[in-house]
Design a protein around this ligand. Structure first.
Ligand code: PA5
Length: 416
């Protein structure tokens, strides 16, 4: 199971943390039971509800059909409608059907490149949109439908899928045009949909073992819903964040020496920024892709304004090996002779933890391995921890009123 270590507990204050955990026990209890006031947002809490056998079987059948009939699959979606799937697919590199991303930009250059990348390929598309009002997926869906009409004529509809809420305009469009329709769970907001049709269909098409993902989430659910609250890692993490927030820390940096987490960072940033950043409260989520960014933001972290704390995401499993062999060149790197890059990367991680611990509060979340099962654990862990952190802070974890502000001006400008 995922483990949480505080590297410099004195920076948090063990007594303050214990107090915070005692004072908020009812928050954990309520989250474990499911809260009436958030009933329309909580179906992700139970993996049997959001990813039961019928959901998995239908996804697997559709994924098989797509793999047999396509070279590529275009995931049209933005924010909660693409971040989870993309984070797992990019990290796990499953090697199945190529996944192409659309619906997450309005930039014509990026969209033209996306269309160019489809040249000569057979493909399916899946438009994932909860309300089907968001501009990015709606506009990408249009250009892709036109592209498909041209390429496949009256056979295009067989290659078009949509994932939307029952009764939405997207549902109506699917019925009219004969597109395959998958349900976007009504009682889950976008950023909490990793373990549902939204995240799992693209993962399955890419070749990820989605049953392993769901098993990981399910096991994490069991672990976080039972046992001594003081040993509950999600609750502890949520309370550490709140103690540090109370001490004036305003940024959390999620860092790792595993570059395959790049798109997971996007998922994590959205989850915490949209869930917690409201009512003039919240911890701003930032990320550190190490070792590369030690040579840029590392300076600020070690020596700049003391506004942030750091959470390392570490993978326990020793996976790859690449040994540097001695050679005849006088490059003064002989100390690396016969050393494995795994150990070099570890040394850099441990040294960074030491150095940063002298300046800021630092903790590590240790994941067993980088595979489908552990990705499922990670999704569930952070979703649950984020809910708890918001509840302790006193904000609604499931709405996002702030994202509407710019849209009014944009839709005015576009004449909507
Ligand atoms: O978490 C959320 O609910 C949002 O970030 C949405 O996922 C995002 O805005 C995309 O919305 P939609 O799926 O309706 O296009």
């Amino acid at each position: 199971m995922l483990k949480l270590f505080l590297h410099n507990p004195q920076a948090v204050g063990e007594d303050l943390l214990v107090q915070m955990m005692h004072d908020n026990l009812s928050v954990l209890e309520r989250a474990q039971k499911g809260e009436e006031r958030y009933r329309d947002s909580q179906d992700w809490l139970d993996t049997d509800v959001c990813a039961g056998e019928d959901v998995l079987t239908r996804i697997e059948n559709k994924a098989r059909e797509i793999r047999e009939n396509a070279d590529a699959f275009v995931l049209i979606g933005v924010g909660g409608s693409n971040n989870a799937a993309r984070s797992a697919i990019k990290a796990l590199e499953p090697g199945g059907t190529e996944i192409i991303y659309a619906g997450n930009t309005l930039n014509p250059h990026a969209l033209t490149k996306m269309l160019d990348s489809l040249d000569g390929k057979d493909f399916y598309i899946d438009c994932i949109a909860k309300n089907f009002e968001t501009l990015e997926p709606g506009s990408s869906f249009r250009i892709l439908r036109a592209y498909m009409d041209k390429k496949y004529g009256d056979k295009a509809a067989k290659r078009i899928i949509a994932t939307g809420t029952a009764g939405s305009t997207l549902d109506a469009l699917c019925r009219k045009e004969g597109y395959d329709f998958f349900e976007f769970p009504l009682n889950i907001g976008g950023r909490y949909t990793a373990i549902s049709n939204v995240g799992l269909l693209p993962m399955a098409v890419s070749g990820i073992d989605i049953r392993a993902v769901v098993r990981g989430a399910h096991d994490m659910q069991a672990a976080l819903h039972t046992g001594d609250p003081m040993d509950n890692p999600a609750y502890r993490y949520a309370c550490v964040r709140n103690v540090l927030y109370g001490k004036g820390y305003r940024l959390e940096m999620l860092s790792s020496f595993e570059p395959r987490f790049r798109y997971f960072y996007h998922w994590w940033e959205q989850l915490f920024a949209e869930s917690e950043g409201k009512d003039n409260k919240g911890i701003f989520p930032v990320t550190g892709e190490f070792s590369e960014e030690l040579h840029s933001i590392g300076q600020f972290v070690q020596d700049g304004s003391p506004i942030l704390f750091e959470t390392f995401l570490d993978v326990a499993d020793r996976a790859d090996a690449l040994v540097i062999r001695p050679d005849r060149y006088a490059d003064y790197f002989d100390y690396l002779d016969n050393v494995d890059f795994y150990d070099i990367n570890r040394a850099a991680y441990q040294a960074t933890v030491k150095a940063h611990s002298e300046k800021l509060p630092v903790m590590t979340l240790e994941l067993g391995a980088l595979d489908a099962y552990h990705f499922g654990q990670l999704f569930y862990f952070f979703q649950f921890a984020c809910y708890l952190s918001c509840a302790v802070m006193g904000v609604n974890p499931f709405d996002q009123p702030g994202v509407e502000a710019y849209k009014k001006w944009m839709f005015d400008a576009l004449g909507k």
